[in-house]
Design a protein around this ligand. Structure first.
Ligand SMILES: Nc1ncnc2c1ncn2[C@@H]1O[C@H](COP(=O)(O)OP(=O)(O)O)[C@@H](O)[C@H]1O
Length: 962
C-alpha cells in the first residue's frame, strides 16, 4: 500500500538517527534494515520521537549550558585579573561561534525533519481518504447484498409454500389413485419443474450467503484497518503537536542565533574595551593605594602630634610648678631653663609635624582629586565612545601618514597652529570623519583636500542630520532595480557618518520578510486623507541592513500593496500618491522634526508638493526636501484630475510653471512637480545630469531642469561593498580577492558545470550579462553580442527577464535555440544568487545601454574582477574608461567602451576586449586593478551630505534673518 512506501523511503535517513539514538541499549537498527508494513507504523513513530529528542537535546539544551558558562565567565572577568578575563572571552567567543554553527546545523536538520513529517502526514491523509472511499463502496455493496438476501429469503418462503402445495397435490393425487396415466405424467412434470426451480434458488441462495460472508469478512478487515487509521489519526495529531513544538523551538533558536550573532560582534569590541578599562582600573587602584598610604601616614603623624601635645601640656604644668619653686631654689632655676629649652624644641617639632600633617593632607587631597579627575575622564571618554566610536579597522600606517600629512601642511604654513592641533587630535582619536575626509580626497588636489579637512575643524562637534527617505524600493526586502540599492547603500553610508537615517516604505505582500529584523506592528493607527475621506493605516517597524524602517499598510479597499508586485499595476498613480501622503502623515503624527526628507522617483515625488502645500503649514516644517530621479524615462504623468485624490489642488498645480506636463497640458507630471517643489534635485550620475538637460535626453523635462539648474546635480551612485564582496560572498563557490585570483577561476569552472557549458578550454573567455531586458539596455546589441562572442571563440551567459512581452518571447526563442549549446546559455529569470556567481565567473561583462542613468552592474562586475565592455552614456561614461584611450590617465583606465549604439560600435569594443584577453599576464593585472577601485558609497555619500548641509544651513540663515 502507498502508505508504506513514503516512510520506507526515509528509512535510511531515520536509520542513521536510530543507530545513534538506540545504540546505548544495544538495540540499534542497521540503516538499511527492512521493516514489515505493520511494524513500520510503530517503528517510524518511535524513530521520529527519537529523532526529535536527539535534535532537541542538541539544539535546546546545549545553548543553555553555554549561556551559563558565558554568565560565569563574565562574572569571573569582572572579579579576577585581566588576562584571565581575556582568556575566558576568547573561549567564550569560540563557544559562541561553535554554538552558532551547531544551531545552524540543527535548524537545517529540524527543517528537513519538519518537511518530511509534513510529507508523511500528507501521505497518511491521502491513504486515509482512499481507504474511506473503499469502505464506502464496500458498505454500498453490503447494503445491496443484504437487499438481495432479503429478496432471496422471500423467494425461498415462496418455494416452501409451493412445496407445501405440491405435497398437498401429491396426496390428493394419490388419494385419487387409478384415475389415469396421463394425470400421473402431469404430476411428475410439475414436480420436476418445481424441484429444478427450488435447486437453482437454493444454489443462488448459498452463493449469496457465501458472498455475504466474504463481504462481512472484508468489512471486518476494513474495520480493523479503520481502527488502525484511527490510531494513525491519533499519531497525526501527536505529530502535529510535535511539529508545532518543533516550530516554536525553531523560532526560539532563531532568535537565540540572532542574539548570539550580535553578541559575537559585540564581544570583540567589548574585549578591547575591557582591556583598556582594566589598564585604567589598575592605574586607579595604584592611585588609590598611594592615597590610602598617605592618609595612613597622615593619621599616624596626627597621633604622634597628639602625644607630643600631651607631653607639652605636662611640661607646661611642670613648668608652672617649677615657677612656684623658682625663687626658692637655684637648682630649680637651672631646671627651669632646661625645661624652657625642651619646650622650645618640642614646640619646633610640633610645628614641623603640623607642617608634615598639612602636606600629607594636601597630598591626600590631590590624590583624591586626581582619582576623581581620572574617573570623570573615564566616564566622559566612555560617553564619547558611545556617541562616536573610533575607526578601528584602519592600519596604524594610515593614521601615521595622516599625521605626517597634517604636519606637512602646518610646516608649509597651509594651515594654522590651532587647525593643525584640532586635526591632530582627531587623528589621535581615530575619528571616523577624518578617515572619511581622507577617503573622499583621494582623487582631489591638495588645495581641495585641505579645504575638506578644514571643514572638519570648523565644526568638530557638529551634530548629525536627521534624514528620512521615503521610497518605493529598498534592497534587499523590496528591490526591483537600482533604486532599491541606492536607498540602502546611501542610507547606510550616511548612517556611518553619524546621521540619523530612517526609511519609510509601503508594506508590500511580496517583500522578503525574512530579511527584516524585529518586524512588529505598532499599537497605533495613522489616518490619512484620500478621495475625500480618511483611511486607516497600520504602521509596522523593523530593521533592514541596520537601518530603521517604517512600513505603511493602508486599510483601503483597493488593497494597494497586496498585489504580488511592486509596480506595474493599472492604478500605480493612486497607490503611490496615497502612500506619499500617508508617509507624511506618519511623520507629522510621530512628531518628527527631520532636517531632510529625501524622496525618490515619480512614485514618491508627490511628497514635495504635499509637503509645502499641506504639511509644512500643519507643523511638519523643519525639513528641506531632496528629490532624486533615478530614471527620467519614468515620469508617472496622468490626467490632471487624478491629482485631487491625494488632496493636492489641481487648479493651483496644473500650471506650466508647476506640475503641468510639458507635452500634454491636460496631464500632470509628478516628476516635474518634484523638480519644482524640492530644495535639492539630484540624479544618479554627472553625465546623465547633462544628458537630461538636452532636448534629446530630457524626455520633455529638459526645459524644467534648465530653469531649476541651480539646484540640480548629478552624483554617481556607489555600490554596497559589504553585500558585493568576492572575499566574503557566501553565494560563490569559492571566495577570492585581488591578491588571490585562483578562486575566480574555480567559480568560472563551477558556473560552466552548473550551466552545462563546455569546460574543455580553460583559456576560453566568458562574457556575462545581467540585466532587465528593456529597450533602454540595448537589447538588440545584447542579442548581437551573444553571436559575436561565439564567433570570436568565447562563451556567453545571459541572466535577465523582460516585462515587455515581445522582447521576452524573442529571447525565449534564442534561449531555446541555445539550450544545449556548449558555449552559450540564456537564463530568463530574476535570480539574485545566480547573479553573484555570474559576476564572479565571467571575465568580461557587457552593458551596451542606449541610455543609462547610472548603472550598477558595471561597478559590481568590476568589484568581482569582470572587465566592463560598456557604451559611453550616462553613468557608464562616468565609471568605465577605455584601456586604449590616451586622453585618460592610465590609472583610471578600467574597461572597453564604444560610442555608437550599433553592431559595428559594439564589435569595436568586444573584439578589442577578447584580443587583450589573450595576453593573460596583462589581463590579470587589469583584473587586479579594477578589483581595487573604490566603488563604495563613501565619496557619493559625502557629496549628498554636503548638499544636505548647505541646504539646511541656508534654511537656518533665512530663518534667523526673518
Ligand atoms: N535577472 C536578474 N537577476 C538578478 N539580478 C538582476 C537581474 N537583472 C538585474 N539584476 C540586478 O539589478 C540591478 C540592476 O541595477 P542597474 O544596473 O542600475 O539597472 P536598472 O536600470 O535595472 O536599475 C543590479 O544589482 C543587478 O545585479
Amino acid at each position: 500500500m502507498a502508505y508504506l512506501f513514503g516512510p520506507k523511503l526515509h528509512l535510511q535517513w531515520f536509520g542513521m538517527v536510530l543507530v545513534g539514538a538506540t545504540s546505548s541499549s544495544g538495540k540499534g537498527l542497521a540503516p538499511n534494515h527492512e521493516v514489515s508494513g505493520l511494524d513500520w507504523a510503530y517503528l517510524s513513530k518511535g524513530v521520529e520521537i527519537m529523532l526529535i529528542r536527539s535534535i532537541l537535546e542538541k539544539i535546546v539544551y546545549r545553548p543553555l549550558e553555554i549561556d551559563a558558562t558565558y554568565f560565569l565567565s563574565t562574572l569571573h572577568i569582572k572579579s579576577t585579573d585581566a588576562d584571565y578575563g581575556e582568556q575566558l572571552s576568547s573561549v567564550h567567543l569560540q563557544d559562541l561561534i561553535g554554538m552558532i554553527r551547531n544551531a545552524e546545523k540543527n535548524i537545517l536538520l529540524l527543517n528537513q525533519a519538519r518537511v518530511r513529517a509534513l510529507q508523511d502526514l500528507e501521505m497518511i491523509l491521502n491513504e486515509k481518504q482512499a481507504l474511506q472511499a473503499e469502505i464506502n463502496i464496500l458498505e454500498m455493496r453490503l447494503a445491496e447484498t443484504d437487499a438481495r438476501i432479503k429478496v432471496t429469503a422471500q423467494e425461498k418462503i415462496h418455494v416452501e409454500l409451493l412445496e407445501g402445495e405440491l405435497e398437498k397435490l401429491q396426496s390428493e393425487l394419490s388419494s385419487r389413485s387409478g384415475t389415469g396415466g396421463s394425470m400421473q405424467d402431469v404430476h411428475e412434470v410439475v414436480a420436476l419443474s418445481n424441484n429444478n426451480s427450488a435447486y437453482s434458488l437454493n444454489d443462488e441462495f448459498s452463493s449469496l450467503r457465501k458472498e455475504n460472508k466474504s463481504l462481512k469478512d472484508d468489512i471486518e478487515t476494513l474495520k480493523v484497518k479503520l481502527s488502525d487509521i484511527n490510531g494513525t489519526d491519533e499519531r497525526v495529531l501527536m505529530l502535529e503537536k510535535e511539529r508545532s513544538f518543533l516550530e516554536s523551538a525553531l523560532k526560539e533558536l532563531e532568535t537565540k542565533l540572532a542574539v548570539s550573532q550580535e553578541d559575537v560582534s559585540k564581544l570583540s569590541a567589548l574585549k578591547l574595551e575591557c582591556k583598556n578599562l582594566w589598564e585604567k582600573v589598575e592605574h586607579l587602584q595604584a592611585l588609590l593605594d598611594k592615597a590610602t598610604k598617605q592618609a595612613d601616614q597622615a593619621i599616624s603623624v596626627l597621633q604622634q602630634n597628639q602625644e607630643l601635645r600631651k607631653k607639652v601640656d605636662k611640661l607646661e604644668e611642670s613648668l608652672e610648678e617649677a615657677n612656684v619653686y623658682k625663687s626658692s631654689s637655684e637648682k630649680l632655676q637651672q631646671y627651669n631653663e632646661l625645661m624652657q629649652q625642651k619646650i622650645k624644641l618640642l614646640e619646633e617639632r610640633l610645628e614641623r609635624s603640623d607642617e608634615d600633617i598639612h602636606s600629607c593632607v594636601q597630598l591626600y587631597q590631590e590624590s583624591v582629586k586626581e582619582f576623581q579627575d581620572t574617573l570623570d575622564n573615564l566616564k566622559e571618554e566612555s560617553k564619547k565612545r558611545a556617541l562616536d566610536d573610533p575607526v578601528d579597522d584602519m592600519p596604524w600606517e594610515f593614521w601615521s601618514r595622516l599625521l605626517l600629512m597634517i604636519d606637512g601642511w602646518f610646516f608649509e604654513k597651509k594651515i594654522s597652529t590651532n587647525e593643525a592641533k584640532l586635526l591632530r587630535e582627531m587623528v589621535w582619536k581615530r575619528d571616523g570623519r577624518i578617515c572619511d575626509a581622507y577617503m573622499s580626497c583621494k582623487e582631489k588636489n591638495e588645495r581641495e583636500a585641505i579645504a575638506t579637512f578644514l571643514r572638519l575643524t570648523s565644526s568638530p562637534t557638529r551634530a548629525g542630520l536627521h534624514i528620512i527617505h521615503i521610497a518605493a524600493e529598498m534592497a534587499p526586502v523590496a528591490k526591483v532595480g537600482g533604486l532599491g540599492d541606492v536607498v540602502t547603500g546611501l542610507g547606510k553610508a550616511l548612517q556611518r557618518k553619524g546621521h540619523l537615517v530612517e526609511i519609510v516604505l509601503p508594506k508590500y505582500d511580496c517583500m522578503q520578510y525574512e530579511r527584516i529584523r524585529d518586524l512588529r506592528a505598532l499599537d497605533v493607527v495613522v489616518e490619512s486623507y484620500f478621495d475625500g475621506r480618511l483611511f486607516k493605516n497600520k504602521v509596522w517597524v523593523g530593521i533592514v541592513e541596520g537601518l530603521p524602517v517604517y512600513f505603511i499598510e493602508p486599510h483601503h479597499p483597493g488593497n494597494f500593496f497586496w498585489r504580488g508586485e511592486v509596480y506595474g499595476e493599472h492604478d500605480d498613480f493612486k497607490r503611490f500618491s496615497f502612500f506619499s501622503r500617508a508617509a507624511l502623515e506618519l511623520l507629522l503624527q510621530a512628531g518628527k522634526k527631520p532636517d531632510i526628507i529625501h524622496c525618490h522617483d515619480w512614485q514618491t515625488s508627490f511628497v514635495a508638493p504635499l509637503y509645502w502645500d499641506l504639511y509644512a503649514p500643519k507643523g511638519l516644517n523643519s525639513a528641506r526636501i531632496c528629490f532624486t530621479c533615478h530614471n527620467f524615462e519614468y515620469q508617472g504623468s496622468a490626467p490632471a484630475s487624478d491629482l485631487t485624490s491625494c488632496g493636492l489642488d489641481v487648479h493651483q498645480l496644473n500650471r506650466p510653471d508647476r506640475m503641468q506636463d510639458n507635452l500634454a497640458h491636460d496631464r500632470v507630471n509628478p516628476v516635474k512637480g518634484a523638480i519644482v517643489f524640492s530644495n535639492i534635485v539630484t540624479t544618479v550620475s554627472p553625465t546623465y545630469a547633462q544628458e537630461v538637460q538636452t532636448a534629446e535626453g530630457g524626455r520633455g523635462l529638459h526645459v524644467t531642469l534648465n530653469s531649476h539648474s541651480k539646484k540640480f546635480v548629478g552624483i554617481l551612485n556607489g555600490i554596497d561593498t559589504d553585500a558585493w564582496n568576492p572575499a566574503t560572498d557566501t553565494l560563490l563557490k569559492v571566495q577570492y580577492n585581488a591578491n588571490d585570483l585562483q578562486g575566480k577561476a574555480e567559480n568560472k569552472e563551477a558556473l560552466k558545470k552548473l550551466l552545462r557549458l563546455s569546460s574543455a578550454d580553460v583559456k576560453q573567455p566568458l562574457v556575462g550579462c545581467i540585466t532587465r531586458l528593456v529597450p533602454q539596455k540595448g537589447v538588440h546589441l545584447i542579442r548581437h553580442a551573444i553571436y559575436r562572442t561565439m564567433e570570436l571563440g568565447g562563451q556567453f551567459v545571459l541572466l535577465g527577464s523582460s516585462p515587455v512581452p515581445h522582447i521576452q518571447r524573442e529571447f525565449e526563442d534564442i534561449a531555446n535555440h541555445f539550450q544545449n549549446h556548449e558555449h552559450a546559455r540564456l537564463l530568463l529569470k530574476y535570480d539574485e544568487a545566480l547573479s553573484h556567481l555570474i559576476y564572479a565567473a565571467s571575465d568580461m561583462f557587457i552593458i551596451p545601454s542606449i541610455f543609462e542613468p547610472c548603472g550598477l552592474t558595471q561597478m559590481i562586475a568590476m568589484r568581482y574582477g569582470s572587465i566592463p565592455i560598456a557604451r559611453k552614456t550616462g553613468g557608464l561614461n562616468d565609471s568605465v574608461f577605455d584601456i586604449d584611450d590616451n586622453t585618460i590617465p592610465t590609472q583610471f583606465r578600467n574597461g572597453f567602451t564604444f560610442l555608437t549604439p550599433d553592431e559595428q560600435g559594439l564589435n569595436g569594443a568586444l573584439d578589442r576586449a577578447l584580443g587583450h584577453y589573450v595576453n593573460s599576464q596583462s589581463w590579470q593585472q587589469l583584473v587586479q586593478k579594477v578589483m581595487r577601485i573604490d566603488l563604495s558609497w563613501d565619496s557619493s555619500a559625502l557629496q549628498y551630505e554636503e548638499l544636505y548641509e548647505k541646504s539646511v544651513a541656508r534654511a537656518r540663515a533665512t530663518a534667523t534673518r526673518n
